[in-house]
Ligand binder design. Structure first.
Ligand SMILES: [Zn+2]
Length: 480
C-alpha cells in the first residue's frame, strides 16, 4: 500500500517493523461531551484504513486511548479542564461523565459501522506507567520541575518539529485564542508531563506521585498507552490533523527520549470537516452529532458514505444539502443492488480481477472515492448478478456500508408486498388487510365523488403512518 506520511511529507510504500504485522495507534476521544460528526470523520477514515490493511493480509493490532483526565481546553496545557467542565455542566462526577460519553462514543461508532479497536484504554487506568516514564525522562535529563509541575524540556532535542508544516518562529506562546503564557516553562514549546499545581483546585482526579499529588498531562497518556500495548516500535499513528501539533509532536518527543530510538515512522492525519463558516466545533454553530442526523431522518451510514466520497487529506465541507445528496445517492445504490438476483454461481475469475483492481486503487493513498466508484463498476460488470453481488460484498469488507444487508432488506420488503383488489383497481401494499380495506374505501368514496370522505380516509391513513400513492389502475401504500 502507498500511503501519505505526514512525517516525511511524501506518499510512501507502507512498511512495518515486523512483516505482515501492523502496530496501529489512534488518538481516542476526550469524553466530556458527544463527538461531533467532524471528529467522527477521522474515526471513519481510520476504520477504512484498518479494514483495508486487514483486507490485504496484515495482522493489525489497533490501540486507542480514552482521554478521561488531563486534557485542557487548549492543547498547549492551558485553559479549562475539559472533563471538569463537562462534570460541572451536567452536575455529575468526572467519572460519571467519562462513562456516559465513552458509551455514547462507541454507540455512535456502532451506528457508523466503525469497528471497536482491539485495545481501548482509559487514560486513568495507567497512572503508574506514566509516572515510570516521567521518572526515566527526568533521569535522562529531559524533564524539569518548575512551579510544582514537571515539564518536558524541548531544548534537549535535536529536532522538535517533525511535522514541519509550521515555521518555528510563527509558533508564538499561546497560539490559541485566550491562552495565557505559562511562566514556568523554560522554552516556549515545553509541555507538562505531570501537574501538581494547576489553577484547578477542584480537579477531581488526583494521584500520588514522586512530585506530589496531581495528575498527568494529556500527551503522556498516548505515549504510555501505545508503548504498553503496541510495544517499542509503533508502525502507524493516526489522528485528526489538528493533533499533529502540539499533541503528536510532543508524543514523539517524549516517546523517543524515553526509548532512545525512533518510535513511529508513519503518521496518518485526517483533515477537517468544515461548515460553510469554517472548521466545525462543539461550541460554534449547530452541534452536529449522529443523534441529530438521525432526528433529521438521515441514516448514519449515509454520513459514512458522504465521508468516503472525498479524500481524507482534503477538507470536506458539510451542509445539509450535501448530506441529502449523498443520502439520495446511497439509497439509489442500495436499490440497484437490491435489484440483483442473488441466485447463481460466482465467476471466480471475474471476482478475482475486480478484487485485485480494488486493492490497487484503494491502496493508492486510501482512495476511498475510487472505492465507491468501484462498487458502481461492479454493478456494470460483464458477468452474472451473483458475481456482482459477491464483488460488492467483498468491497464492503473495507467500506462497511452494509450494502448487502440493506439491499437484502429492501428485496425482502418488496417480496412481501401484497396485491389485492379487482382487475379494475389494484392495491399494492405491505400485507396489512386493514390498510388495504381503507385504501379501497377511499377509492370507492372518490368514485362516488364523495371527496370529503376520501380526504378523511387519507388523513386517517396518514395518522397511522401510511403513505398512499395513486398509480395507474390502483394505489401503492407503504408505512413510513
Ligand atoms: Zn493522542
Amino acid at each position: 500500500m502507498y500511503l501519505y506520511n505526514s512525517a516525511t511529507h511524501k506518499k510512501e510504500e507502507f512498511r512495518t517493523h515486523t512483516p505482515n504485522r501492523v502496530e496501529m495507534y489512534t488518538c481516542g476521544p476526550t469524553v466530556y461531551h458527544f463527538a461531533h460528526i467532524g471528529n467522527l470523520r477521522s474515526y471513519i477514515m481510520e476504520d477504512v484504513l484498518e479494514k483495508y490493511l486487514r483486507f490485504v493480509g496484515f495482522d493489525v493490532n489497533r490501540v486507542m486511548n480514552i482521554t478521561d483526565v488531563g486534557h485542557l481546553a487548549s492543547d498547549a496545557d492551558t485553559g479549562e479542564d475539559k472533563m471538569l467542565k463537562g462534570a460541572k455542566r451536567e452536575h455529575k462526577s468526572v467519572m460519571e461523565i467519562a462513562q456516559f460519553y465513552t458509551d455514547a462514543f462507541f454507540e455512535d461508532c456502532r451506528k457508523l459501522n466503525i469497528k471497536r479497536p482491539d485495545v481501548v484504554q482509559p487514560a486513568t487506568g495507567m497512572i503508574e506507567d506514566y509516572i515510570r516514564i516521567i521518572q526515566t525522562l527526568e533521569e535522562k535529563g529531559y524533564a524539569y520541575l518548575a512551579g510544582g509541575n514537571v515539564y518536558f524540556d524541548t531544548s534537549k532535542l535535536d529536532r522538535y518539529y517533525v511535522f514541519n508544516d509550521h515555521k518555528e518562529d510563527d509558533l508564538a506562546i499561546g497560539v490559541r485564542e485566550g491562552v495565557e503564557e505559562d511562566t514556568n516553562k523554560r522554552n516556549k514549546n515545553d509541555f507538562v508531563l505531570w501537574f501538581t499545581k494547576s489553577k484547578f483546585e477542584d480537579q477531581a482526579l488526583k494521584w500520588d506521585s514522586p512530585w506530589g499529588v496531581g495528575y498527568p498531562g494529556w500527551h503522556i497518556e498516548c505515549s504510555g498507552i501505545s508503548m504498553k500495548y503496541n510495544g517499542e516500535y509503533l508502525d502507524l499513528h493516526c489522528g485528526g490533523v489538528d493533533n499533529a501539533f502540539p499533541h503528536h509532536t510532543n508524543e514523539i518527543a517524549q516517546s523517543e527520549s524515553f526509548l532512545g530510538h525512533p518510535w513511529c515512522p508513519h503518521w496518518f492525519h485526517v483533515h477537517h470537516l468544515n461548515t460553510n463558516d469554517g472548521k466545525m466545533s462543539k461550541s460554534k454553530g449547530e452541534f452536529l452529532t449522529v443523534s441529530l442526523l438521525e432526528e433529521k431522518g438521515c441514516d448514519p451510514l449515509a454520513y459514512r458514505w458522504f465521508c468516503l466520497q472525498s479524500h481524507y487529506r482534503k477538507a470536506l465541507v458539510f451542509s445539509w444539502e450535501n448530506l441529502d445528496n449523498a443520502a439520495a445517492a446511497y439509497t439509489k445504490l442500495l436499490n440497484r443492488i437490491a435489484a440483483l438476483n442473488p441466485e447463481g454461481e460466482t465467476d471466480q475469475a471475474v471476482f478475482d480481477e475486480y478484487r485485485a483492481k480494488f486493492v490497487q486503487q484503494v491502496g493508492n493513498d486510501l482512495n476511498t472515492s475510487m472505492a465507491v466508484t468501484a462498487v458502481f463498476d461492479a454493478l456494470k460488470a460483464k458477468t452474472n448478478d451473483a458475481t456482482r453481488l459477491a464483488i460488492i460484498g467483498e468491497f464492503d469488507k473495507v467500506l462497511s456500508l452494509s450494502l448487502l444487508e440493506k439491499a437484502a432488506a429492501i428485496r425482502e420488503k418488496s417480496a412481501q408486498a401484497t396485491q389485492t383488489g379487482s382487475g379494475e383497481y389494484t392495491i399494492t401494499g405491505e400485507g396489512d388487510p386493514a390498510v388495504d380495506a381503507l385504501v379501497l374505501q377511499r377509492y370507492e368514496a372518490k368514485k362516488a365523488k364523495n371527496f370529503a370522505e376520501a380526504d378523511r380516509i387519507r388523513d386517517e391513513l396518514k395518522a397511522q403512518g401510511v403513505e398512499v400513492t395513486d398509480v395507474k389502475g390502483g394505489a401503492v401504500w407503504k408505512k413510513i
